[in-house]
Design a protein around this ligand. Sequence first.
Ligand SMILES: Cc1cc2nc3c(=O)[nH]c(=O)nc-3n(C[C@H](O)[C@H](O)[C@H](O)COP(=O)(O)OP(=O)(O)OC[C@H]3O[C@@H](n4cnc5c(N)ncnc54)[C@H](O)[C@@H]3O)c2cc1C
Length: 430
Amino acid sequence: MENKYVDVLVVGSGVAGLYCALNLRKDLDVMVVSKDKIDCTNTSLAQGGISVARDLEDVPFFMEDTLKAGRYKNDVQAVKVLTKESIENVDYLVSLGLDVDKDENGNWDYTKEGAHCINRIIHTQDNTGENVEKTLVQNALNRENIRISEDTFLIDIIEKNDKCIGAILLKDKKQINVFAKSVVLACGGIGGLYKNSTSQRILRGDGLAVALRHNVELKDINYIQIHPTAFYDKSNDERRFLISESVRGEGGKLYNVHGERFVDELQPRDVVSEAIFKEMKKTNTPYVLLDISFLDADYLKNRFSTIYNKCLEKGTDITKEPIKVSPAQHYFMGGIKVNLNSETSMKNLYAVGETACTGIHGANRLASNSLLEGLVFSKRAADLINDKIDTFNLTKVDVDKIYRSREEIEEDNRKLVVQAIKEKGGVIDD
Ligand SMILES: Cc1cc2nc3c(=O)[nH]c(=O)nc-3n(C[C@H](O)[C@H](O)[C@H](O)COP(=O)(O)OP(=O)(O)OC[C@H]3O[C@@H](n4cnc5c(N)ncnc54)[C@H](O)[C@@H]3O)c2cc1C
């Protein structure tokens, strides 16, 4: 067993964890850990892009789109913060080196996705997330005050007098007790708990399990998003391959197996998913068809290069034929309850990104609002930590040796989270 001492421990290396670390003061000793390789995150998988207000006049419209998609179950103050602070955070991300697709005049090529009233999604072809992840990793590696530890599993947080004072980690079967003035959970979503999900399999709600064990408050954990269009694959792929919303945003049309249209493709995700489920039942077919083949083939190969290549690998040429699709679990709107500065109900413990619940998504996330939430609210966590950290002391306690294996802990986490979600009426296809 080893003890380590840092100013801030960040658990998670997706957009939320890395952007938080990069916004922390450069004189702070920051440790970022990831369960697997640094880029094995859902951030890396994001295709469509990042939503951003076109200008200050667009803020109220962006707010209304987010609230409407969320069935008005959103936290209005959080939505105001998200939309208002979208511009400065996306600008900062681009200043860190994110390459954004441009139109013929050299301006950002904003695309459209379901339930946005205008084009306000910036993107890098159809692999925006991979580029976001690479940009953030590169910047973090260049920062002397940030150390990154891959293949490092969060077992638990360390609590004393209702305050978080660090976390217990496992690396190469060795227990490391990290004492920190602030701990930030950026552990991502719960898709790995589902058979049928677009998520990385390793993301199984570990952050939520830790919160449950320590009575840290959760919120909206029954709100789970089903994406309408994952590639239908009989071969029971490990992870369902996503056909991004931007395919429908750029004109893609849905048909049932008899070639009939049945829904407005640009409705919010829950509405389109529901319509697809109904159509699959009505036609007794495990998929519907998504057609984009009427667009120019060269345009498609460039704009949707990831989707084009992956579908081709799976036997579908999207420039010539429709894609068989069906809905799959995609996103977790609920999570660890946080305030507008990403503080949880436990002192010195913050939660950011998909693991947190700011309330911005309400009952249904508006497309491309997740990467943005990861930026805006992790910056807010970093700002608060930067202001307050000098008043904190490191606290050290004796920590017991943990004798359980990672697999046993993961299984306990799974049971705890699944039970909590089911108790609140959430659906899990485990
Ligand atoms: C296929 C797909 C496409 C998407 N497309 C878009 C899009 O176009 N636009 C958009 O806005 N959103 C999109 N999303 C959603 C978005 O990608 C995610 O919600 C967002 O990236 C989550 O970021 P995060 O930083 O919270 O978590 P992640 O990026 O998922 O990172 C989670 C981190 O937590 C770490 N972790 C977890 N448990 C532990 C543990 N026990 N110990 C140590 N580390 C741990 C992991 O190792 C990882 O580093 C998409 C999601 C998917 C699955």
